[in-house]
Design a protein around this ligand. Structure first.
Ligand code: FA5
Ligand code: MG
Length: 426
């Protein structure tokens, strides 16, 4: 509501994105701050670490997959981030009640339109256009926690690789992709199930296992190309509504396992919904920021957005494979202020939406907000009033903040929280 104008109630309110007006409704939760990131295209900006990692990934796919001198994968790195809920969810078999659709997790423009939450949102339209091997690279938008590895806008590389029987089993022509009961010219006659943890019921185990091993080899090959032969990794079983089986790849970085990508065998329903199809496909989606941070030892995800020459100059290189270790220009101190408040009777410590609060804090505080941590939930034993306490960590990336400056912004945040939630500051 705070983003709607005070015009007469009959007036439709709109948000303008790239010269197009979108009608807002009760789903609208994009903020002016978030919209200001559209079009920055860090992944295409020369000298941005994300752009270097993008080029290295594309190069790996060119080198590894070339057929008769032609690259197998087409690359799409400039698709609009404004997508429909059909693209982002329905086409990918994401159920209507899936939590990833919640207003608290996505930036909606209105009920039917949102800023894509993953690059997989473009998978179906590209498959429908007849492509079978392609990379999709771009900015994605999610309402998430605030810390050094999470930012509401980040970048993903997504891929699909499909193969027909003749390619997959080129040296074993008697093997099949599909079980005998499955008829790929009439896929709806077969109820495909994902009950078996090893495979989809329409696929043969041989086809699934061969795709799995190719997928894993290609991704490990990619990690080695980016991090060197000695990178420590592990596969973790995962679930995505659009793939089965599914995995996540983690790499060992700074004494912790860091999730870098999700992947799996594309659910046959997705391919069959497009039209008769006799291939099997794998897909993956990885986060460019996580890779860039680990490759170049960049300690904070917000630095990717820096326009400071002290940062960007370190990545002005001729050879994309050059070894770079980020050197902090200097380290400015953090400043932590707590905010605690009594909730109105309409809210409890459990119904209060953290992500709404995080957005509000960031809208008022901007990029100097480094982290927001829930510190305490409290229910008064006598009055039964509910109270929350958050710590807000402030840090400017390029200069020292004074306590007075921080106090002023903290006060503005308090005022905004009071106004939006009707809370009482303690
Ligand atoms: C997905 O987005 C799936 N679409 C990936 C996929 C594609 C799976 C195709 C199967 C087939 P997930 O939400 O886990 O999955 O995000 C993928 C990657 O994006 C993560 O592994 C991580 O590297 C990165 N990522 C996720 N959230 C954030 C964030 N808030 N900040 C930075 N990077 C993030
Ligand atoms: Mg994940």
């Amino acid at each position: 509501s705070r983003y709607k104008s005070n015009a007469a109630p009959q007036t439709l309110t709109t948000v303008r994105i790239k010269d197009k007006d979108h009608i807002t409704d009760e789903y609208t939760n994009v903020t002016p701050k978030i919209l200001s990131y559209l079009g920055r295209n860090l992944h295409l900006q020369k000298g941005n670490p994300l752009s270097i990692v993008r080029q290295r990934i594309v190069e790996y796919f060119y080198r590894r997959f070339t057929h008769r001198g032609k690259p197998t994968f087409s690359v799409y790195d400039n698709l609009s981030p404004v997508v429909s809920t059909k693209q982002n969810f329905d086409d990918l078999l994401i159920p209507n009640d899936h939590p990833s659709r919640l207003k608290s997790d996505c930036y909606y423009i209105n009920k039917d339109t949102l800023l894509r939450a993953h690059m997989t949102a473009h998978q179906t339209e590209l498959l429908r256009s007849g492509l079978d091997n392609f990379l999709m690279i771009g900015d994605v938008y999610r309402r998430d926690e605030i810390d050094s590895t999470h930012f509401p806008v980040f970048h993903q590389v997504d891929a699909v690789r499909s193969q027909r029987k003749e390619e997959l089993f080129c040296d074993k022509p008697d093997l099949e992709i599909f079980e005998p009961e499955f008829d790929s010219s009439n896929p709806n006659a077969f109820k495909n199930s994902i009950m078996d943890p090893m495979k989809q019921s329409c696929h043969t185990l041989e086809a699934t296992k061969l795709m799995e091993s190719q997928l894993k080899n290609h991704l490990i090959g990619l990690c080695k190309a980016l991090f060197g032969e000695n990178i420590k990794h592990r596969w973790v079983e995962a679930y995505f509504p659009f793939t089965h089986p599914s995995w996540e790849l983690e790499i060992y970085y700074e004494n912790k396992w860091l999730e870098v990508l999700g992947c799996g065998i594309v659910r046959n329903e997705i391919l069959a919904n497009i039209g008769p199809n006799n291939s099997i496909a794998y897909a993956f989606g990885l986060g460019l920021e996580r890779l860039a941070m680990a490759m170049y030892k960049i300690p904070d995800i917000r630095l990717m957005w820096s326009t400071d020459s002290g940062f960007l100059n370190q990545f002005q290189i001729e050879n994309i494979n050059a070894n770079i270790t980020y050197k902090p220009v200097s380290v400015y101190p953090q400043c932590t202020n707590d905010i605690s408040f009594w909730l109105p009777e309409t809210l409890t410590v459990d119904t209060f939406t953290n992500n709404d609060f995080y957005d509000l804090v960031r809208d008022v505080g901007g990029d100097i907000i480094e982290q927001v941590k829930l510190k305490d939930k409290f229910i008064h034993p006598k009055t039964k009033k509910h109270s929350l306490c958050y710590s807000i960590v402030y840090r400017h990336l390029e200069r020292t903040l004074t306590q007075a400056e921080v106090n002023k912004i903290h006060k503005q945040i308090e005022n905004a929280v009071v106004k939006n939630y009707n809370v009482v500051i303690r």
